[in-house]
Design a protein around this ligand. Sequence first.
Ligand code: ADP
Ligand code: MN
Ligand code: MN
Length: 336
Amino acid sequence: MPFKAEYIWVDGTQPTAKLRSKTKVVEDGAELPIWGFDGSSTNQAPGDKSDCVLKPVFTCPDPIRGGKNVLVMCEVLLIDGTPHPTNTRAACAAVAEKFADQEPIFGIEQEYTFFKDGRPLGFPIGGGFPAPQGGYYCGVGSDEVFGRAIVEAHMDLCLEAGLHLSGINAEVMPGQWEFQVGPVAAPQVADELWIARWLLYRIAEDYNVSATLDPKPVKGDWNGAGAHTNFSTNAMRKSYDAIITAAESLGGEGKVEEHVAGYGADIEHRLTGMHETAPWSKYSYGVSDRGASVRIPWQVEKDGRGYLEDRRPNANCDPYVVTRLIVNTCCSALAA
Ligand code: ADP
Ligand code: MN
Ligand code: MN
């Protein structure tokens, strides 16, 4: 019996890339081949030079189809074998390789919002708004929690796929949830996050619900959606000085602009200084501070070692870009 390989890749949609996938039937026992697609349909090529190349980079069991079937995260190459301009993984892998001796690892908290019939799940069917935020975060009960069946199904799928899922929770706005992937090194943590996103969209299909990574799905007094990125190196896991060095480096000359520009489209709509955020243009770090750009968890200060949390990345960020920026900035400073 042949098996089914779902080839998944990141497209060229601007300003926020989307996932695409298609299925290849592969002979039993055969290696996963390089494949191709029509780049003119994904904002990745003009019609007269439309061929783009899919190169498998991370494979896991397909928990939806089961059996010997697999999910295959791919990077996109040009036909000459070099990285496509939309391929952000290649640069991430190069930086991770350069600083591999520092053993950087990441845990990413992916927030997202379920939508049905044009409004967040849990918002009144006739229009208008639910009760203000307060009781929804980590809530329980059908008046507070919307979409749990999908969240549970998604969690099981991620675990069956062997992804490093470390937890889930209901978030501050109704219909808003979070899952965490990690701690794992880059670029694998980003490969896993993209696959976890694909599984989320895919399983939500079965419930006629869509999941969105929109960083500010409802205007006004409603929390945005982020992708807090927890980061450590071997030195940070041993010394508090190293954590301070890393936190300082993220506020260095030119670094604030460089990072914020790579942390997801419309970041200025979310990082307003309200709703547990720091203003995007002003860098700060602090212990336990959910109003800072970077938080050092209280336990880390107490233990004198551990990790830091960059709270700025948007839910719609590209984790290949976010992890590349953080490794490059922090590991350069730690190596100095
Ligand atoms: P929060 O308190 O911000 O909600 P979470 O518990 O949701 O935090 O997420 C914390 C994340 O930090 C998890 O994904 C976890 O895997 C990750 N993490 C824990 N220790 C480390 C570490 N030493 N380096 C990097 N990430 C870590
Ligand atoms: Mn969290
Ligand atoms: Mn967090």
